[in-house]
Ligand binder design. Structure first.
Ligand code: ADP
Ligand code: MG
Length: 644
């Protein structure tokens, strides 16, 4: 059941510009074409080809980060609030968008070894596990991670041990959890170290899969998914579970891929390379527009996976990355326009409360079941002991009666005592055997029988012990995966450090709200130009109105230029699409030609009859062949070779 608190909020968009690199610095004195007003959250872009008189383009965002920005600043100001929401049970998404080489991976991952250069993902790991270690002990957490990439419109599991030759995964949709990836590996993580390990394994797989690392990583989308489930007793005394899902997305490079002049397989590939990205653009446009009813989520794997993040149940932050070099002016402008559009997307985030598929619930139930089994064993051992003793059991003061609920601490002791009990019983049996052997009045036959009997009891005892040990191990393993607030992880930071952190977060929050106020003031200023003025003389009125006219004229020129730009861009992408369409049409005609001339009509009909449309996969599929002698032969052959 989802919570009722249904409110709408826009996608947060921040822009980051990386420093000029060595090569760009040596390219000439032109320097950076990107200027930033950190206080106002504005990017001012200079067109290196335009005359100086042309006005520069200004865009306003939730925050901007210039070449000197620190990873920590971006995290504290723009990411921390989002992760806090995820920890409270919201869905959250951060995606980095921009041309290849502008700092998407640097922003998302950064340099792991240098604490100053760690990106969003490692900082989020720290944040999540520190939060858990500092939360109250009535909270239980379960954290798990998955890692996938989308390459040529195929979803690949980066945590699958045979990633190299694994089949691409399918997307599924359920009313409970939205669109998800079927059979995606998910790893339960108990610590920062474990989740970092998961990340490393995935990165390794990504590197291995790529023959040409640069091309591959700039053409694939990487999604790291973290699910945080938290259970806490509510006012009704029952444990309630909140589930926050976090998507950390490093998108493929946004630069235009040249699609012209390629044919056949290469053409198909080229058409797929940017499919997800252009579909993302279309989804953003449709949502930002607000008027068009249809949002084409189903056009690509990426947009389906991000369906909730864009216009749905999630809080979303987009980090648009820019390069400062003059030669990338066009790309930079396109990125800024894209980012500007995304600001208008409205999401409806809500806390995910007690979803049916919470894994934490399953874990809790399994743990309870194992504990009950252990209890039962203990009780049975006591009963046996009673039989062996032949009288009531001596009651140690602290032994509880059966059925009494004990808390976890006692459980630990209980398990140890259990082990001791087994040792005691074994020793007793051993002693009894010794007694029998030394008994001089017993007949040899009788001795043999009694010894055999004791031997058998020892066997049973050992088996019992083994079973208990196994059960205990299983129980402990299960339980260790649930993180208890303030217990599993020891927090080494002292109070002073914690206070410092708190202050830093406060300052980040303040910077943010100050910027918001500044931006609001700016907007209001523009709106109220006319209302304020009263004039004492005609002369003054003329001056003021001339000034206003000039201002408005400049604005008009800006907007005209903007319209021209957008038109040009539209024409360009239309031409590209037409070209692709022409090539695909030619390809299609060629295939028809082959079919008409080289495939007998009855064969063609057979193939056509086998085609069915799979709406779930959005694809045409072949039905399996109707069994005939031929196929049966094939199948038998397969089976036999399978045993070889
Ligand atoms: P992308 O993932 O967008 O293709 P990268 O993250 O790989 O780009 O960045 C390209 C290069 O620029 C890398 O060498 C990276 O270290 C450097 N870089 C990117 N952003 C920054 C930044 N904000 N500060 C310093 N170096 C950066
Ligand atoms: Mg990258």
């Amino acid at each position: 059941v989802m919570s009722k608190n249904k409110s709408s909020e826009s996608v947060k968009v921040v822009v980051r510009c990386r420093p000029l690199n060595r090569k760009e610095e040596s390219n000439g004195p032109a320097g950076s074409i990107v200027q930033m007003d950190l206080r106002l959250g504005q990017v001012i872009l200079r067109n290196p080809r335009a005359p100086v008189s042309e006005p520069q383009k200004t865009f306003t965002f939730d925050a901007v980060y210039d070449a000197n920005s620190k990873q920590g600043d971006l995290y504290d100001e723009s990411v921390r609030p989002l992760i806090d929401s995820v920890l409270a049970g919201f869905n959250g998404t951060i995606f980095a968008y921009g041309q290849t080489g502008t700092g998407k991976t640097y922003t998302m991952q950064g340099a792991w070894m240098d604490p100053q250069k760690r990106g969003v993902i490692p900082n989020a790991f720290d944040h999540i596990f520190t939060h858990i270690s500092r939360s109250q002990s009535d909270k239980q957490y379960l954290v798990r991670a998955s890692y996938l990439e989308i390459y040529l419109e195929e979803v690949l599991d980066l945590l699958d041990p045979n990633h190299g030759n694994a089949r691409p995964l399918e997307l599924r949709e359920s009313p409970e959890s939205g669109v998800y990836v079927r059979d995606l590996t998910s790893c339960v993580c108990k610590s920062i170290k474990e989740i970092e390990e998961v990340m490393n394994v995935g990165n390794q797989a990504r590197a291995v899969a790529a023959t040409d690392m640069n091309e591959h990583s700039s053409r694939s989308h990487a999604l790291f998914l973290i699910t945080v489930e938290c259970s806490q007793p509510g006012p009704d005394g029952r444990k309630h579970i909140r589930v926050g899902r976090l998507n950390l997305v490093d998108l493929a490079g946004s630069e235009r891929q040249a699609k012209t002049g390629v044919q056949g397989e290469r053409l198909k590939e080229a058409a797929k390379i940017n499919l997800s990205l252009s579909a993302l653009g279309n989804v953003i446009s449709a949502l930002a527009d607000g008027r068009s009813g249809h949002v084409p989520y189903r056009d690509s794997k990426l947009t389906r996976l991000l369906q909730d993040s864009l216009g749905g149940n999630a809080k979303t932050v987009m980090v648009a990355t820019l390069g400062p070099a003059p030669q990338h002016y066009d790309e930079t402008l396109t990125t800024l326009r894209y980012a500007n559009r995304a600001k208008n997307i409205q999401n409806q985030p809500r806390v995910n409360e007690d979803p049916k598929d919470a894994l934490l619930r399953e874990f809790q139930m399994e743990i309870a079941r194992l504990r009950a089994q252990l209890h039962h064993r203990k009780w049975r051992t006591k009963q046996k002991k009673e039989q062996v003793d032949g009288e009531g059991w001596e009651r140690d003061g602290d032994e509880e009666t059966e059925g009494e609920e004990e808390d976890e601490e006692d459980e630990e002791e209980g398990v140890e005592k259990e082990a001791e009990e087994y040792v005691k019983q074994e020793q007793r049996l051993e002693r009894e055997k010794q007694d029998i052997r030394e008994d001089q009045f017993m007949l040899a036959d009788e001795k043999q029988r009694l010894l055999g009997e004791k031997e058998r009891m020892m066997g049973v005892l050992r088996k019992e012990q083994e079973a208990t040990e196994q059960l205990t191990a299983k129980y402990k393993a299960m339980e260790s995966k649930l993180l208890v607030g303030g217990k599993n992880i020891i927090d080494h930071t002292n109070e002073q450090q914690k206070m410092l952190e708190g202050k830093r977060h406060e300052i980040a929050e303040q910077t943010r709200s100050e910027r918001e106020i500044q931006q609001q003031m700016l907007v209001r200023d523009e709106e109220t130009v006319e209302l304020r003025e009263t004039f004492t003389s005609l002369q003054q009125e003329v001056e003021a109105k001339t000034k206003k006219l000039k201002k408005l004229y400049a604005k008009l020129q800006c907007i005209k230029a903007e319209i021209q730009d957008v038109n040009d861009e539209h024409v360009r992408s239309r031409q590209e699409l037409e070209q692709t369409q022409n090539e695909l049409t030619r390809e299609l005609k060629f295939k028809y030609l082959i079919i008409e001339n080289f495939i007998p009509p009855e064969e063609k009909n057979k193939i056509m009859n086998r085609l069915t449309f799979d709406p779930e996969e959005d694809q045409w599929k072949f039905q399996p062949l109707v069994p005939s002698i031929f196929t049966m032969f094939l199948k038998t052959k397969c089976c036999i070779s399978g045993y070889e």
